[in-house]
Every structure is written in C-alpha cells, then in structure tokens.
Design a protein around this ligand. Structure first.
Ligand SMILES: Cc1cc2nc3c(=O)[nH]c(=O)nc-3n(C[C@H](O)[C@H](O)[C@H](O)COP(=O)(O)O)c2cc1C
Length: 349
C-alpha cells in the first residue's frame, strides 16, 4: 500500500542534516519498532532510539529480529549493551547494514542483570575499556555516529569531576563527539532500575558545565524533563534534550516539536489522521505474518489520547483482552470513534 503518506521514507523528506535537538530515550520493552513507527508519524525530526540490545544477541542470535526497522524511522539510533570490543564491533557492523544512523553504547543502565554482564553503568568506572569499545565500534561502522549514554557518576560519587574526567578521557581517546547524559547518579547497590530513575538527585548544572568545558562536544541532557517550556530552557545551555517517560505516556507531546524546535512549519498531525496511519500500519504488520499481533502495537498507543475527554475509553478498549484477542486492526478505528463521541458530548455539554 503506497500513497503519499504511508509509508514514507523519512530520509527523503528531511532535506537538511538531521539533528539531535530532541530525542526519544532508549527504553527497554517500550521503544520497539512499533512505538518508533508511531513516534515518527508525530514528529519527522525527533531523533529516535531503540531499546538497549545486547551485542551478543545480535551476533549470536537472529539479527533481523533485533534490527528490523521501518524506513520511515530514520534518523534512528541503535543502543547496544556490552563491554567486549570485538563483539560490539560485530554488532555495530550489522547495525550499519540495517541503516541505523547512530550506534550508542549504554553506560548508564544500573540493572543487576546488566551489572552481572559487567556493562551498563558500571562501565563508568572503566573508561579505558569504554574507549576500546567505542573505537572498535567506530572502525566497524565508519559511517555511523558512535555515541555514549551515561550518568553523572556511580554509587555515592558526588563530585562533578567524575563525569568531567569520563567525558574528557573519551574525547581524547576516541572519535565520539556526542554524549547523552542522564543527569543523576546510578546507585548500583540497593536501588532497583526503576528507583534509579527517580531517587538519585538530578543535577542539571553538571551537564551544563560539561557543555561549557567541552564546547566542541555535542552534549545532550536527559532525566525528568516533561514540558516544552523545560525543553526550551535546557536548550539555552546544551545542544539537545532527550525525553523518556513523558514521550511514552504522552506521545502527543511530540506533535509540535518539529514546529517549535526544528523550524519545520508543516502542520502538526491531527488525531484522526494519526489513527488512520496506525490502522494502515497495523493492517500491513498483521498481513506480513511475522507473528505480530495487534496487542504488540496497541500497547504503545494507550497514552495517545492523554488529556482528551475520551482518553479513558481509548485506553480501556485498547487494553481489553477480549477485544484484542482477534487482532482486528479495526479496533483502532472503533476506539477512535468512541473517543470522538466523547469529544462531541463534551462540546455539547
Ligand atoms: C521502561 C524503561 C526502560 C528503559 N530502558 C533503557 C535502556 O534500554 N537503555 C537506556 O540507556 N536507558 C533506559 N531507560 C532510561 C531512559 O533512557 C532515561 O534515561 C530515563 O528514563 C530518564 O529519562 P526520563 O526522565 O525522560 O524518563 C529506561 C527507562 C524506562 C522508563
């Protein structure tokens, strides 16, 4: 099904160099290809990240399972987890074949499983190993940007110098020029991954200071950012803002980002147009017979109507096991019709 709107190849539409002014954070189980497809319908310019994929899973498993993406997703980054340069290099090479624009190394995840594999946030204590990893990835994928996502420290390290030394060393020893900084520590002892996203205090000033001290680097700030006003404020100090949870629970926050932050004056997408595109996408995915069921897609759409009168009915219908069991893509249209009825009632009352 090819028409002027679906599916579009984003690379052909963006006629200037894509930028990481805004990006959607890598989120395990959340930013899969179905979420990213939806996000791309809402914003053409926002940079997207995959979930973290273990390098070994790509090299020893089925690369297509982990790397398959839609052409419209670009600009898109693959986030890798791992700490073995040779393995990361092989995974990076595969990612380049699948047309990812960027390959990002996770140095920020605190989960015990990741610590056991000696990667994620604990890599912040092993900067020489990180530089070996980044160099191996860059050699294997010379046309991709190789980047890092990290914290401002691990455990109870509180000094700014910890993150400054990490970034400074990598700047000197690698070609990495983009640093995505989740502006809080990872406490590796005793906090769950979820608590590690909320409890260690945010220190945005550390990230601003990195930009001042390393003006030649692209510094992206992340952590706890929820509104366009907050984004605009951060952009006065750093090159880009990465948003995680808010963009998942309220994806329509992205609807005016092209306009506000990229200067693209195309009209923002209307809800009914978006639902039509998601319906067409679901039809194609289900027809492809690759084991995708409607729930795999619909679960990412639950927050789409956030703030609208019909949000509750939309969520209820798209998470109802009985309604989902036959995987009929029409359920999306029916849920939207229920939202529209709610909106009409609201305007009449
Ligand atoms: C469900 C979930 C999964 C996440 N998975 C990853 C991941 O795979 N890789 C990573 O670097 N960060 C991961 N994160 C952290 C986010 O990328 C981000 O750094 C964090 O949520 C803070 O940003 P926010 O406050 O805008 O959500 C995850 C966060 C959530 C909520």
């Amino acid at each position: 099904m090819e028409n002027d709107k679906f599916p579009f190849k984003n690379k052909e539409i963006i006629d200037f160099k894509p930028k990481r002014t805004l990006s959607i954070a890598p989120m395990l189980d959340w930013t899969d290809r179905h979420y990213r497809y939806m996000a791309r319908q809402i914003s053409r310019h926002t940079w997207l990240y995959t979930e973290m994929i273990n390098a070994g899973a790509i090299v020893y498993g089925d690369p297509a399972r982990f790397l398959l993406k839609d052409e419209c997703e670009n600009p898109v980054a693959l986030q890798l987890g791992g700490s073995e340069p040779a393995l990361l290099a092989q995974a990076a090479q595969k990612a380049a074949e699948y047309d990812y624009d960027e390959i990002n190394l996770n140095c920020g995840c605190p989960s015990p499983r990741v610590q056991k594999g000696a990667f994620g946030a604990c890599l912040m204590g092993e900067v020489d190993l990180v530089s070996g990893c980044l160099n191996a990835m860059q050699d294997a994928a010379p046309d991709c940007d190789i980047t890092v996502k990290h914290r401002i420290g691990i455990d109870r390290q509180t000094e700014y110098q910890v993150v400054a030394d990490f970034v400074g060393t990598l700047r000197d020893k690698t070609a990495c020029r983009t640093y995505i900084v989740h502006a809080r520590n990872a406490w590796l002892d005793g906090l769950s991954p979820k608590e590690n996203r909320d409890i260690p205090p945010l220190k945005y000033d550390y990230v601003y200071r990195l930009k001042q001290e390393f003006p030649d680097l692209e510094i992206i700030i992340n952590g706890g950012i929820k509104t366009n006003a907050e984004i605009a404020e951060h952009l006065r100090h750093v090159d880009g803002v990465m948003i995680g949870r808010e963009a998942y629970h309220n994806p329509m926050i992205m609807r005016n980002w092209d306009n506000l932050f990229y200067g693209d004056m195309q009209p923002e997408i209307a809800y009914d147009e978006l639902v039509q595109r998601l319906y067409a996408y679901a039809q194609t995915q289900l027809a492809a017979n690759r084991g995708t069921i409607l729930r795999h897609m619909a679960r990412h759409y639950l927050g789409l109507m956030h703030g609208l009168h019909g949000a509750k009915v939309w969520r209820r219908m798209l998470s109802d096991a009985d309604l989902l069991k036959d995987s009929r893509p029409e359920l999306l249209l029916e849920a939207w019709a229920a939202v529209e009825r709610g909106l009409q009632e609201e305007s009449l009352s």
